[in-house]
Write a new protein. Structure first.
Lengths: 136, 136
DNA sequence: ATCGGTGGTCTCAAAAAGAGACCAGCGCTA
DNA sequence: TAGCGCTGGTCTCTTTTTGAGACCACCGAT
């Protein structure tokens, strides 16, 4: 935090990778970020970071997700390598979802963002209220 | 809208995992996260972290955003206090967008995620390819 | 025999996003 | 002086994404 040089240096590297020279289109970083920036993706990763969950458990854990979007988001997370899906031959069959090593490694920076949100949600709420008041 | 994602039973455990032990009565984290996890939000914050940009510059920087979504996303980011909007009385009037202190402070953890994406986009790409091959 | 819990899929409606026309005002050029 | 383009938007229409909820087969317990 106290090192401006570190921040600047890191930023430059990031932009080199991000901007692909000229603009933000067709950049791999953006492709990855968008894969985890969906409405439910980060939420499910956060839940699975605690421990593996079964489909129905996740559904109860996140009550306002539709079954359809739960299926779809887990499928996308599995496709990108963040989540492992394992079917157990119980009767009826149960399905367990867990984070892969890649998923756990991604959760580390994601957690930083979550902690920022925790620390600054008051500022965001205040900004919203001020903006809405000013705009009418 | 109620920002409590998790039901009461699971709340304590999950929050413990999410926040390294800190607890809170309400759950604004999700509200804040969703405000910056839209398709274009993080991208625009990343762009503005470099330097302030005018509307048209942003539109050229992110060629595949529609003018409509650019307006709307910038408006939302301004409302949440991440972005400052300033109109200059040139002819025709020009509008400059820049990060606020809040926006810059949010960019620090966001940058961590971007750096992770930079380091791991190959792994994600490989996972996708493997998954698509396996599924046919 | 019926009920509930398993992890889904299917359909239809609603919401969100994309595409592109349009706008007023001014400077530049032909 | 008549057009043309650049400014930052908005408005409308179409397409994509999401939400709500019905349905499914299976089995064990009631």
């Amino acid at each position: 935090m106290d090192s401006k040089i570190f921040n600047l240096k890191a930023k430059l590297e990031v932009y080199k990778a991000m901007t692909n020279g000229a603009n933000f289109a067709d950049c791999p970083v953006r492709d990855v970020i968008q894969g985890i920036s969906g409405k439910w993706s980060s939420l499910l990763v956060m839940a699975l970071a605690e421990k593996p969950y079964r489909f129905g458990e996740l559904r109860r854990l996140v009550p306002d997700i539709s079954q359809r979007m739960l299926t779809q988001t887990l499928h996308d997370l599995q496709r990108d390598g963040y989540v492992h899906r394992e079917v157990f031959p119980t009767k009826p069959p149960s399905v367990e979802y867990s984070l892969t090593d890649l998923g756990r490694s991604m959760f580390l920076p994601l957690q930083q963002l979550v902690q920022w949100a925790e620390l600054n949600h008051d500022a965001v709420r205040d900004a919203r209220a001020a903006f809405d008041t000013a705009q009418g």
